[in-house]
Design a protein around this ligand. Structure first.
Ligand SMILES: [Zn+2]
Length: 137
């Protein structure tokens, strides 16, 4: 079970890239398991597994490139690393949630949007605005 609510890092950011990657990877594993039911031929089985892994990996990068284009996710620092080293940041997805969708940024935006509900902040903004208008006249 990949409950999407569990895909949160220590900063409180939803790891969208890892969530999608993990689900696609699980599908791949199921497909690989099914392959073992089809054939006892080790050569065929190995070829089947290699092809299936490649197909799933390419599919993931198709999806990731699209999400990257719309700035939903960014390349992880490990992206250009040619070695197949497990990355703790993206957990193998090679992508992470884009900076401007991270919790810090969202918090800043909500603080700004929420300002008008806060009487004190509202008063300060109003005073600032009146002073600005005074200075201009
Ligand atoms: Zn990474």
């Amino acid at each position: 079970m990949n409950d999407w609510k569990n895909f949160v890092d220590q900063n409180g950011d939803f790891q969208l890239a890892n969530f999608l990657y993990k689900n696609i990877n699980d599908l791949m594993k199921h497909a690989l398991d099914m392959g073992t039911l089809l054939s006892n031929d080790q050569h065929k089985l190995r070829a089947y597994k290699e092809q299936t892994k490649k197909l799933f990996k390419n599919k993931w990068f198709d999806i990731a490139r699209c999400l990257e284009h719309f700035e939903v996710i960014d390349k992880c620092i490990c992206f250009s690393d040619q070695r197949e080293v497990y990355c703790e940041i993206c957990k193998g997805a090679r992508y992470k949630i884009s900076n401007y969708l991270s919790a810090d940024e969202v918090r800043d935006v909500s603080l700004f949007v929420g300002a008008m509900q806060d009487a004190e902040v509202q008063e300060k903004l109003q005073k600032g605005l009146m002073k600005l208008l005074d200075d201009l006249s």
